[in-house]
Design a binder for this molecule. Structure first.
Ligand code: PLP
Length: 376
């Protein structure tokens, strides 16, 4: 099998896996227990928090562990319930862990404005500024999009939020290992992360919370995570997350070069076999190694199934339900026609992929396009 779906999730790094196993087997104590077993588990959690804080250039106290990116986003948005001001500004192409939560919170008095994106999937900070109202409590704009990879101007947006006394949150789940995080260089108040997108384990992530911001817990019970997230900690997962984050930041330059090389190789070779390909997302401001390509006249479900039969895993933003293909909301928000929308593939490379594997993918696409006589 050849795996090109790293934006969905990444395989576990071997060093991370070895560490997690060691922690799970040997350091199983409850981190809240006062005996040595508990102290060791607690020390492992605090080491991970420090690794993350050092990697991001922030303080350990700014990091709260969660059960992943969705939980971190939910924690931020559900805190609006405690506010007098309950208006949020977000974008039309956020992950469902933002947009569906906001829709759900409407029944509890939260209101929101979704600013549009242009054909590259880019938010215009001026549109955000003009959407600010007296009751705006929060601006939440993702760092980079998971379907097309467009990187948003979050430093500018954070400035606008700060100037208008509004909190700024960014869903940065797709960013680590692909672009610099630079939290301390921007006026970020809250930022969500998830370990399984950067070769760490699933079901664990964290929320960065700037000094001075007080949140209420979403999960209530024991006093873990400074009373912000009850529940016995996932010690081995947290250990894996800390190491994965450290490696993502340390290896960023190499990873970027590798991903760009693979991306360029794909685009150059694909242009020879299929010149009609259209690339979605911003031509420069996009995540390296994430390709969203429209192959007009072949629907993505057909391509996905045929590639899968050849042992190649890619994905698409459109969903297949009861025999019909539902267009991707992200591509729709980018004003891409329905026909092109349902003919788009997301191919996301990772650190284990090679040029030979890209050649295999190109050959496989060539064969599939010939099989369906869609090369012209
Ligand atoms: C941009 C973005 N936000 C949030 C999430 C959800 O993260 P998790 O799977 O850790 O809940 C994802 C994962 O698909 C994502 O790509």
């Amino acid at each position: 099998m050849t795996y090109f779906d790293h934006s969905a999730t990444t395989p576990l790094d071997a060093k991370v896996s070895a560490l997690m196993r060691e922690v799970a087997e040997n350091h199983f104590g409850n981190p809240s227990s006062i005996h040595k077993y508990g102290q060791k588990a607690c020390a492992i959690i605090e080491k991970s928090r420090r690794q993350i804080a050092d990697a991001l250039g922030v303080k350990s106290r700014n990091i709260i562990f969660t059960g992943g990116g969705s939980e971190a986003n939910n924690m931020v948005l559900q805190n609006l319930l405690y506010n007098d001001k309950k208006h949020v500004i977000t974008s039309a192409i956020e992950h469902p862990a933002i947009l569906k939560v906001l829709k759900h919170l409407k029944r509890f008095g939260v209101s929101y404005t979704t600013v549009p994106v242009n054909k590259f999937g880019l938010v215009d900070p001026a549109n955000i500024e003009s959407a600010i109202r007296d009751d705006t409590a929060l601006i939440s704009i993702m760092y980079a999009n998971n379907e097309v990879g467009t990187i948003q101007p979050i430093a500018k947006i954070a400035k606008i939020a700060n100037k208008n006394n509004t909190l700024f949150h960014s869903d940065a789940v797709q960013a680590p290992g692909k672009i610099p995080l630079n939290i301390n260089k921007m006026e970020i108040d809250l930022m969500s992360f998830s370990a399984h997108k950067f070769y760490g384990p699933k079901g664990v992530g964290f929320l960065y919370i700037r000094d001075g911001i007080r949140l209420h817990p979403m999960i209530i019970g024991g006093g873990q995570e400074k009373k912000l997230r009850a529940g016995t900690e996932n010690t081995s997962g947290i250990a894996g997350l800390g190491l994965a984050m450290e490696m993502a930041v340390q290896n960023l330059n190499d990873a970027q070069n590798h991903l760009k090389t693979l991306e360029n190789h794909f685009k150059n070779r694909f242009a020879n076999i299929y010149p009609k390909a259209i690339y979605n997302g911003h031509p420069e401001l996009h995540l390296p190694g994430l390709i969203n390509v429209t192959i007009p006249s072949v629907t993505s479900d057909l391509l996905l199934v045929n590639l899968d039969m050849k042992g190649i895993a890619v994905s698409s933003g459109s969903a297949c339900s009861s025999g019909t293909v539902k267009p991707s909301d992200v591509l729709r928000a980018m004003h891409i026609s329905n026909q092109n929308n349902i003919s788009s593939l997301r191919i996301s490379f990772g650190k284990g992929n090679t040029i030979e594997e890209i050649d295999m993918l190109i050959n496989a696409l060539d064969e599939i396009l010939k099989k369906y006589n869609r090369k012209k």
